[in-house]
Design a protein around this ligand. Structure first.
Ligand code: PGA
Length: 263
């Protein structure tokens, strides 16, 4: 059975003082996180190192929000996989729609694929984000877009194992809008992603890769979304900035047979 994973994407929010306060509050609320759900937080790069210290011994893991694909060299302002690992990161978000579409980076599929290979080589686990825009959904192109983005990102990584990869299905129209995908829409997309993964990386890996849902997950919709058979947790933006709501979302991911595990 796939173990659920809940990751918080802080984006470009908080400062050192409020980030430390959030981690302290999270540690209080998730005092036994390792038993049933993997919990990851992804602070701004600059705060990885101090957060690694604040999280020490908590069982909560760290992820970065982006990485550069080259190992070192004349790349002013960029950060390598090894540097992120040095700072305590185990995961890295790749291909987030804000980097694909809005920030001005306009990351394309080829760049995302190179970053994914670099992350894997450096033993960082990519959380690969894929998802359709509203106009693509309205045009009935959702599954096609997912197939394309997944295939393009995994070029050169066909031998990847389930332990080395996490996928996040994030419909662009649901991110930060308050309009989440319905559980049925999420399940349809996730089942499609898993089918495509079987074709690309084989059944053994595909059946065990965690596929997270992201896009306006809140404490009141998380349990229903996480209950879908191919939804293995969530990538949480806005609601990860509050210890109460993030902890409630983590609790919603605890399998019902183990109700006390993440209390
Ligand atoms: P949201 O963001 O939860 O605020 O919609 C999700 C994400 O961008 O990963």
């Amino acid at each position: 059975m796939r173990r659920k994973l809940v990751a918080g994407n802080w984006k470009m929010n908080l400062n050192l003082v409020s980030a430390r306060a959030l981690v302290t509050a999270l540690r209080e609320r998730l005092n036994n996180p390792s038993s049933a759900v993997d919990v990851v937080i992804c602070p701004p790069t600059l705060y990885l190192f101090p957060m690694a210290k604040s999280l020490d011994g908590s069982g909560i893991q760290l992820g970065a929000q982006n990485v550069f694909e080259e190992p070192d060299g004349a790349y002013t302002g960029e950060i390598s996989v090894a540097m992120l690992a040095d700072a305590g990161a185990r995961f890295v978000i790749l291909g987030h729609s804000e980097r694909r579409h809005t920030i001005g980076h306009h990351e394309d599929d080829r760049m995302i694929s190179r970053k994914l290979r670099a992350a894997r080589a450096g033993k960082l686990i990519p959380i690969l984000c894929i998802g359709e825009t509203l106009s693509e959904r309205k045009a009935g192109q959702t599954l096609e877009v997912l197939t394309f983005q997944l295939g393009a990102a995994l070029i050169g990584s066909e031998s990847i194992t389930a332990a080395e990869l996490v996928i996040a299905y994030e419909p662009v129209w649901a991110i930060g809008t308050g309009q989440n995908a319905t559980p049925a829409q999420a399940q349809d997309a996730h089942a499609h992603i898993r089918r495509e993964l079987r074709r690309i990386v084989g059944s053994a890996a595909a059946d065990n890769v965690r596929i997270l849902y992201g896009g306006s997950v809140k404490p009141d919709n998380a349990a229903e979304i996480f209950a879908q058979p191919d939804v293995d947790g969530g990538l949480i933006g806005g609601a990860s900035l509050s210890a109460d709501s993030f902890a409630a979302i983590v609790r919603a991911a605890v399998p019902s047979a183990e109700p006390a595990a993440a209390r």
